[in-house]
Write a protein that binds this ligand. Structure first.
Ligand SMILES: [Zn+2]
Length: 108
């Protein structure tokens, strides 16, 4: 079950966006992607966990959620939309992870 644990209080959320909103509005902090990344890598602990972590998901989520998360993140990190200097790299990483998950899914 995908769970996004708030690092500041005991609350947890079903979606990444839920946690993001909560952090911003309740704790007044920006969502820390680096921290989330390592947190989910640790929680996942499986061989393909890195690909899911890139999409801020746990490996047990349904494939529909992977697709939805990818679409959301792709919009967020698209070099045309993002001011981040790492947007292009992040986009490549997202695409690679998404394709790897989809490929694995189709061979199962
Ligand atoms: Zn909280």
């Amino acid at each position: 079950m995908a769970k996004f644990q708030c690092p500041k209080c005991p609350k947890s959320f079903k979606t990444n966006n839920g946690l993001k909103w909560h952090l911003l509005h309740i704790h007044n902090v920006q969502y820390d992607e680096a921290q989330a990344d390592s947190q989910y890598r640790q929680a996942a602990g499986e061989s393909n966990a890195d690909d899911f972590a890139t999409l801020y998901l746990l490996p047990s989520v349904p494939i529909e959620l992977v697709k939805a998360a990818y679409r959301t993140l792709a919009k967020l990190h698209h070099p045309d939309m993002s001011n981040s200097p790492n947007a292009t790299e992040k986009m490549k990483e997202l695409n690679r992870a998404y394709e790897a998950i989809m490929k694995r899914q189709s061979t199962e």
